[in-house]
Design a protein around this ligand. Sequence first.
Ligand code: URP
Ligand code: ZN
Ligand code: ZN
Length: 459
Amino acid sequence: MALLIRNGEIVTVGARVHGDIYVENETITQIGKNLEAPPDAEIIDATGKLVFPGFIDPHVHIYLPFMATFAKDTHETGSIAALIGGTTTYIEMCCPNRNDDALEGYQLWKSKAEGKSACDYAFHMSVTKFVKETESQLRQIVADGTASFKIFLAYKNFFGVDDGEMYQTLELAKRLRVIVTAHCENAELVARLQQKLLVEGKTGPEWHEPSRPESVEAEGTGRFATFLENTGATGYVVHLSCEKALRAALDAKSRGVKIHVESVLPHLLLDKSYAERPGVEGMKHVMSPPLRAKHNQAALWNALAAGSIDTIGTDHCPFDTEQKLLGKDSFVNIPNGIPGIEERVNLLYTHGVKRGRLDLDRFVDAASTRAAKLFGLFPRKGTIAVGSDADLVVYDTNYRGVVSAKAQHTNNDYNGFEGMPIEGRPSVVTVRGKVQVRDGKFVGERGRGKMLKREPTHF
Ligand code: URP
Ligand code: ZN
Ligand code: ZN
């Protein structure tokens, strides 16, 4: 069925126009004023509302065996949470560990999503070791449409790669023209500092941050950049959390290194005092890199506004209270991760655009368009244009609410952003022309989501 979205203010990177959007067969076919529609078309009145391209979360974990447990969401719960928050595409980290076969892992991750996700999705393929089969396996995975890799410099002996493996991955990525995303923390230093703190009897969640200080992340970021510089590959630093690491990335960029930067919502809005709360309240705010001293937030917001932080993701990774308590005797056993897929867009709009930290153009760019461009989805996703998929968010800027675990759709029993104000939310969200959300409620088709096949784009 055709769909006509009438009289909204259409916001894309570089343009804001009042008009109508007409959709046929999942695709935007006309943009203009006073468009006509057949009698059986679905009509949405967007008067007084903004219309954004569907938002893209470039960093989520849905299926994740990690730290002796599993992240809580499934593609059913995670995708509905995403859509209610305006995210119409997410890129999941496919994370087999060092002992797993990469290709089997890739098939397993795909099988968890297929027919289950209500929004579109893609994968970043983690390279967690580099052995003789790795090159041919990665070639098959890229040929299957997964044109981005992920490496972890942290999580020694589990997801982590050593420098030799990082070099081999980047060198292959350069030849295959795919981008490599990286978690940048020095694994050896983290392991040593964790042991030192535990020997001193420092076991609570407040010691998680001191076990992976800013310098450890800055070193990882700088080393990744140096390896990019010497292989010619294109890189993307995930969840950059602090000013020191930002400087390392921007310093490399100024030398001509092809390096891009993602920050995630927790690092913009929460600080390390949350992880210093007593007991399980602190554990709920343990993630890696850790929440940092508050002064870092201004540096991140400024770099985001300037575009030197490219994207904002979530690193969505829900563990419930019981799972967090696995670390009650030692912070090293607290499952790392904070959810956020449902809140990202509204919190970024409220605390970025509404608070004057971010203009609307950069907001759309950071939460949608830039990720589409970096990860081979543009212009199918990330914009509103004739020929693009009709992933659209009609946004109500008059909505007022607060984040609350009680109302959330992600599968968790708390919310790390509990009580934070929200000033705006999607009133209609479409995935390829089908209305999936109306005013905070999922009204659509479960399992509608498709895996997005992507071509390598990094020359
Ligand atoms: O704490 C985090 N970030 N958990 C998820 C795994 C990762 O490092 O992205
Ligand atoms: Zn990570
Ligand atoms: Zn992650």
